[in-house]
Each structure stands twice: as C-alpha cells, then as structure tokens.
Design a protein around this ligand. Structure first.
Ligand code: ZN
Length: 139
C-alpha cells in the first residue's frame, strides 16, 4: 500500500488515502467523500499525488471517476436483469421489477470529457405489462 494525496481540485485541501494504485486511491476518495446526492451519474476528476511529496505538493495524475446513482431495489428475491424490450426504444428495463435504466452520453462541463451517465425511472404501465410476461412464465 502506498499513501496518496487526493483532492477534488488542485487548489483544495487534500486527503491522504492508502491504496494499491493511484486509481484505487481516487476511487476510495470518491466513495468516502460526501457529495451532493444526484439521481444521475456524477463525474469527478480527481487530482492524485504521492503523500511523500508533501513538502512540495505535486499532482501527478488526474483520474476520472464516475459515481453511479444507487439502483432502485428489485422485486423481492431477484437481482435486476436489464433487457432492451422493443417498446422501450433502446432504454433498458428490468424484467423483474420493470424499472427503467436510462443511459445517456454526457459531457463534463469543466473538462469537456464525455462519459455515459445513468439514471433510473420508475415502472410505468408499458414496462409493468411487459415484465408481467416473465412473472407468468416463472410460476
Ligand atoms: Zn429489477
């Protein structure tokens, strides 16, 4: 394990994180941080340096980390099984709970980097009647 400095911005205070790699450190930093809640994927560009360099704080890496929103719970006893039924126009729908998972290309406004953003939408009549087909089969 190596000690890394991590920060959301090169001018902000850093946090020291022990990790196996700069990417692991950046991921741990994002996972352990408190960020505003978001229902869609969040994009972070984390500055990472060696903690041993603290006399002169050197940012050696900029690592893009995406934090996806929490999945809605699935039907009891099931894990999400995302499918792309024809009625949903390329949007994924879970065959058990009928929730929608929508993915979109997004661009980080600060860095201009593109990434895929996910968010979830509740079941509606269309997705529920499609999902019902599977429930009938499993009984
Ligand atoms: Zn599900």
């Amino acid at each position: 394990m190596t000690k890394y400095l991590c920060s959301i911005h090169s001018h902000y205070d850093h946090t020291i994180i022990e990790a196996d790699s700069p990417r692991d450190a950046a991921e741990n930093y994002v996972d352990s941080g408190s960020w505003p809640d978001s229902s869609a994927t969040q994009f972070f560009l984390i500055c990472v340096g060696y903690a041993d360099d603290t006399n002169e704080k050197l940012w050696r890496w900029q690592i893009a980390i995406k934090k996806h929103p929490p999945e809605p719970p699935c039907t009891a006893g099931h894990e999400h099984d995302w499918r792309t039924p024809s009625f949903a126009n390329g949007v994924e729908v879970c065959k058990w709970c009928a929730n929608y998972m929508i993915s979109e290309e997004a661009t980080d406004w600060e860095t201009g980097q593109s990434y895929i953003s996910y968010y979830y939408d509740s079941p509606d009549e269309d997705s529920l009647s499609w999902a019902n087909l599977f429930i009938d089969q499993s009984d």
